[in-house]
Design a protein. Structure first.
Length: 485
C-alpha cells in the first residue's frame, strides 16, 4: 500500500464544532493506524467571513482534543502553503492548463443573463442547466471581450452523456449521470477558484491518498472526479462518513445543535471523553466504554463505519464524561481546574492539600469539571443555605433540635476525629436512643453541608474538622429553633 496521507480542511468562518471534530478525528485515526500523515489545511478564501480568531480557535480546539498534525499551520511541510489564501499562484497554473487544453472556457454571462435563463426554465417547468452559450465563443471573440476589461468566470466542460462512478470505501459504487452536472463554475470573476477546483488541486499537489469527509460532500465528488480527469491527475480514494443528526433527527450543523468544541471545553467536558464519544459516533463497537487513544488507533477501520446517520446525544457524552471523572487522578483534575478563579481563591484560602482531599471526595459525583464548583462550595463557605426540601423533611421534624444537640455533644467530646471513629460513635449514639442511624445521619448532613445528597458524611466531617463541625451544628440548632417560633 502506498503512503497514506489524509487531510482535514476546515473553513475558518466559525468555531470548530462536533461535526468538524468528528471528521478530523476519523482522518487522524486513519492516518495513525496506517503510520501515515495527517495534514491540516485552512480553506480561508471566503474573505468576508474568514477570521483569524476562528483560525486560532480551530487550532486550539484540535490541540486540546489531542489531534496533532504532521503538516499544516505552524508545522510547515514540503507541500505548503497550508492556507488556501496563499495558494493562488498554484491554482493559476492549473486554471491556465484547463483553458489551454480545452477542458474549460471563459464565461462572460452576467447575473442578469443567468437569471433570465433560470426564469425561462422555470416557465417551461424544466430543471435549469446553463445553456453553454459562452462555450461556443470563438478565440477572437473571447480575446475581444477580455480586451474590454470584462472579468469572466471560468466553467468546466462536462460531457453531455455517460456516467461518473464514485467508488466509495464506505458506500460502495455510486453512479452519477454527467448530463445532470452542468458546466459548473470553477473560477470566480475575481480569479479565485471555487471550492471544487481548489480542493482537487490542493489534494493532488499535497499528495493526499484518501479523502475522508462528511456525507454531505458526496454530491461534489463526481464533479471533482471529472476535474481530476480533465487535469490528468490520479484521484485519491474517497470515503464519505454518515451525517450526524441532532436529537430531533435533523442535520447537525453550526446553526442547528452543533455545540462548538470550545464551548464544551468551557462547560467542563474532558478531551478524552469527547474524543472517545466522537469515535463511537457512526462506528460499530461497545459504546459503554471509553477507549484509550492507542486502542482507538489500533482498532480503527473504515470497514467499521456505518452507512446510517449517527445521533448526537449530549446526555450520553455527559454520562461518559462523568464516568471518566470518577476514574481520573486527583492531580489531573486539579491541573484541569487550576486556572479557574474560584479554585484559585479556594486554594489561596485553604491550600492545595485540602483542595486535593475535597476533589477526592466529590469527583465521583461530578458530571463535568464545572460541577466540582457547586459540589465543593460547602467545604469552603460556612454560611450556606439549607435546601428547602431538606428543611421540610429533616429540620421540621419534632425531635430535630434534640438530635442535633446530641450530635453536637458527640462531636465536642470526641477524642478522635477520623471518619471510622465518628461513624462508630454516631451509630452507638443512635442505638442508645433506640433510633436508626439514618435518623441522625440525614439531619447531620443537612446541618453540615446544607445539602441532602453528598459524599460520605463521616469523610466530610473528618475533612471539615472538629471546630467547623461544632460551629455548623450550633448554627443549624439555632436555625431549627427559629423554625418553631
Amino acid at each position: 500500500m502506498s503512503a497514506v496521507r489524509v487531510r482535514f480542511a476546515p473553513s475558518p468562518t466559525g468555531e470548530l464544532h462536533i461535526g468538524g471534530a468528528h471528521t478530523a478525528l476519523f482522518n487522524w485515526l486513519f492516518a495513525r493506524s496506517h503510520s501515515g500523515a495527517f495534514i491540516l489545511r485552512l480553506e480561508d478564501t471566503d474573505k468576508a467571513r474568514s477570521q483569524q480568531s476562528y483560525v486560532s480557535g480551530i487550532l486550539d480546539s484540535l490541540r486540546w482534543l489531542g489531534i496533532d498534525w504532521d503538516e499544516g499551520p505552524d508545522k510547515e511541510g514540503p507541500f505548503g502553503p497550508y492556507y488556501q489564501s496563499e495558494r493562488l499562484p498554484v491554482y493559476q497554473k492549473y486554471i491556465q492548463q484547463l483553458l489551454d487544453n480545452g477542458h474549460a472556457y471563459y464565461c462572460f454571462c452576467s447575473e442578469e443573463d443567468l437569471s433570465r435563463e433560470k426564469e425561462t426554465a422555470l416557465k417551461e417547468k424544466k430543471d435549469y442547466h446553463y445553456s453553454g452559450r459562452c462555450k461556443k465563443l470563438k478565440p477572437d471573440e473571447v480575446d475581444a471581450l477580455l480586451s474590454q476589461g470584462l472579468q469572466p468566470t471560468v466553467r468546466i466542460k462536462i460531457p453531455s452523456s455517460g456516467i461518473t462512478i464514485v467508488n466509495d470505501l464506505i458506500r460502495g459504487s455510486i453512479s452519477f449521470e454527467n448530463r445532470l452536472l452542468d458546466d459548473f463554475i470553477i473560477v470566480k470573476a475575481d480569479g479565485w477558484p471555487t471550492y471544487n477546483l481548489a480542493v482537487v488541486i490542493d489534494d493532488y499537489t499535497m499528495h493526499i491518498s484518501h479523502v475522508i469527509r462528511a456525507e454531505e460532500h458526496l454530491s461534489n465528488t463526481p464533479k471533482q472526479l471529472l476535474l481530476y480527469q480533465a487535469l490528468g491527475f490520479e484521484a485519491p480514494q474517497f470515503a464519505h462518513v454518515s451525517m450526524i443528526l441532532a436529537p430531533d433527527r435533523k442535520k447537525l450543523s453550526k446553526r442547528h445543535g452543533a455545540t462548538p468544541i470550545k464551548e464544551l471545553r468551557e462547560q467542563g467536558y474532558l478531551p478524552e471523553a469527547l474524543i472517545g464519544y466522537l469515535a463511537q459516533l457512526g462506528s460499530s463497537g461497545n459504546d459503554e466504554i471509553l477507549l484509550t487513544r492507542e486502542q482507538m488507533i489500533n482498532g480503527f477501520s473504515l470497514d467499521n463505519i456505518s452507512r446510517s446517520p449517527a445521533m448526537y446525544d449530549i446526555d450520553k457524552l455527559t454520562w461518559l464524561n462523568s464516568h471518566l471523572m470518577s476514574q481520573l487522578s486527583n492531580e489531573r483534575i486539579m491541573t484541569e481546574m487550576a486556572a479557574h478563579p474560584q479554585v484559585s481563591a479556594w486554594v489561596k484560602q485553604s491550600g492545595n492539600v485540602y483542595w486535593e482531599k475535597v476533589v477526592g471526595l466529590i469527583k465521583s459525583r461530578a458530571k463535568t469539571l464545572l460541577d466540582l464548583l457547586s459540589l465543593a462550595d460547602y467545604f469552603y463557605d460556612d454560611c450556606f443555605d439549607y435546601e428547602e426540601k431538606g428543611i421540610e423533611k429533616h429540620f421540621k421534624a419534632p425531635d430535630t433540635a434534640q438530635i442535633l444537640n446530641e450530635l453536637l455533644l458527640m462531636v465536642k467530646t470526641s477524642d478522635s476525629f477520623s471518619a471510622e471513629i465518628l461513624e462508630a460513635n454516631l451509630r452507638a449514639l443512635a442505638e442508645s436512643q433506640g433510633r436508626k442511624a439514618a435518623q441522625l445521619i440525614h439531619p447531620a448532613r443537612l446541618a453540615l453541608t446544607g445539602k441532602t445528597a453528598t459524599p460520605g458524611l463521616f469523610e466530610i466531617m473528618e475533612l471539615l474538622g472538629q471546630e467547623r463541625c461544632n460551629l455548623r451544628l450550633e448554627r443549624a440548632i439555632h436555625f431549627v429553633n427559629k423554625l418553631k417560633i
